[in-house]
Design a protein around this ligand. Structure first.
Ligand SMILES: [Zn+2]
Length: 106
């Protein structure tokens, strides 16, 4: 087995942080129209629907929760297989988008 010198802890930490997504993605909804969008919302900021001009409110955090090694909403560790149609679906969905089967709680 090859032996490699261990990097100094400070250097390793700095390198790892570059690849960790620190920003939380939110599902935003405009209450009157029901229109939705995904955004990296910040506290105190106002988000407007570009079509209707309505103010959008955060209604859910999108997986993976920050901080995460990924910024993608659908990474393999956030998917499961529907037991009826065997399609890959998100962990955070309650009904399969392909066959509508109600998913078990996690
Ligand atoms: Zn299904």
């Amino acid at each position: 087995m090859d032996r490699h010198p261990l990097p100094r802890p400070g250097v390793a930490g700095a390198l790892l942080c570059r690849f960790v997504n620190q920003r939380q993605l939110y599902r935003m909804r405009a209450p009157a129209s029901g229109r939705e969008a995904l955004a990296h919302a910040e506290p105190g900021a106002v988000y407007l629907d570009r079509e209707t001009g309505e103010e959008m409110k955060p209604v859910a955090m999108v997986l993976p929760l920050a901080p995460s090694a990924s910024a993608l909403p659908r990474t393999p560790e956030n998917l499961r297989i529907c037991r009826r149609c065997e399609q890959l679906i998100g962990l955070d969905v309650s009904d399969c988008p392909y066959c509508s089967l109600r998913q078990e709680a996690l």
